[in-house]
Ligand binder design. Sequence first.
Ligand SMILES: [Fe+2]
Ligand SMILES: [Fe+2]
Length: 320
Amino acid sequence: MSRRTLDVIPKHRMLRRTLYGLLLAAPLMPLGVACGNGEDCGYGPASLRGGTVALNADGSLPSRPSCDSCPDQGDDGARLTGCHATASTVAGKAEVMCSYVTCSNDGRRPEGLREALVSESGGAMGALFAHAAWLEAASVPAFLRLADELKAHGAPEALVKAARRSAGDEVRHTRAMQSLAEHHGATLPDVDLPPFQARSLEEMLLENAVEGCVRETFGAFVAGWQSRTAQDPEVRDTLRAIAKDEVRHAELAWAVDAWAQERLTPTQRERLLQARRDALRVLGEEVEGHRPPEQLIREAGMPSREQALTLFQGLAGLVA
Ligand SMILES: [Fe+2]
Ligand SMILES: [Fe+2]
């Protein structure tokens, strides 16, 4: 096998087919629908942990837990759309995971990332790009950690190199988004990240399933959409370059997932699948409540609620 072959992650044909199919439909879809109804998205994390609730009498998770323990993100923050129960390490209890409407594209959020303060200058466009730049910057340590962990777990060199290359991509994305944010009068918030701790292969893969296979893959779809529909040519050009990289990042996540399958027990594989299903459900709830301001749909190419739902259906088909 040549060195070049070893360094290349194979293209994920179904992912690319799904994405290109969705993007081909972009010019045919009406722009500017489902907005201006007072339910604009905010800036903040798409999901946060709430408190705990009691399990059902038979030990199963409650299907409709109370969302009272979900944190309020404040006036400018993302608004709560719902919550669901997930397994907890506390006996007899389930954990409440809260979902919020966020304007942000999804990057690969590293574990422990503390939410940024929303930029108060620059309007909706500035806030969007400042938050996107912050997420891009946070993705850099996430990929460097992934590269180190892949190496430590004996993954093929192609995966390790692809993770390092992705970190470099995210540095470029940060600069590009920062430039757009500054153009609109906003500044990049600081990335506040506690030091990483050592973790198991399964823990690494759970993060990869949620942040890579689901959220970053959806982020690649949204970036591709923006690169075709943004009326601002500078946004279109910036997103075109970013979208190409994001497709490769999504492919890396799926390649890591495929590599790891035979290293896991059947129980671990099921937990990984369940994490992916949970992440997809949470993302679906966010997309349901997604109503970006009309300016962001028009100028930044953000998908409207209906368009985002179409992209989500494409992702759901892929993840399923
Ligand atoms: Fe990126
Ligand atoms: Fe990325």
